[in-house]
Design a protein around this ligand. Structure first.
Ligand code: FES
Length: 146
């Protein structure tokens, strides 16, 4: 490869990286946060859902959290100010970790899909996802792990 071609390739690669990172930053569907288990529950600030820009305040549809001692991440969907649901991202078929794609959680192992309430949209899985009781107050969301 000649020097000119190399510099051109590097330029395209940098533009691609910049474009991809700005795409990630503008993603309004969800985000990932770390949390801690205390007294068998996770506490997450509601502020994790908040997105503020020049047009005002909007909310992420979901956040994904991972806590020490819990093998799989948990997704928390925000349906309204005080209405959340939390699901373990473990496929009910054979236990593979799920990925969240908006309103659908998908399993790359055999193709199962689940809805935001943990219901099976597509098999081979037959059982719902494990869900957790969720409470909230003015500042926080509490996910009860039992
Ligand atoms: S482990 Fe998820 S579909 Fe089989």
């Amino acid at each position: 490869m000649e020097r000119k071609d190399f510099i051109l390739s590097c330029g395209y690669a940098c533009l691609g990286i910049l474009g991809f990172s700005s795409l990630l930053q503008s993603c309004s569907l969800g985000s990932f946060v770390l949390s801690q288990v205390e007294e068998n529950r996770l506490t997450l600030s509601k502020s994790f859902f908040v997105m503020t820009n020049t047009k005002g305040t909007t909310y992420k549809k979901y956040i994904i959290t991972k806590a020490e001692g819990i093998q799989y991440p948990i997704v928390i969907y925000r349906k309204a100010e005080d209405n959340y649901n939390a699901l373990l991202l473990r496929c009910s078929h054979q236990g593979a970790e799920l990925t969240v794609n908006g309103d659908v959680m998908t399993c790359s192992a055999h193709g199962s899909e689940f809805g935001i309430h943990g219901d099976v949209l597509q098999g081979p899985a037959e059982d719902r996802l494990r869900s957790f009781a969720v409470q909230s107050d003015a500042q926080n969301i509490y996910i009860h792990l039992t």
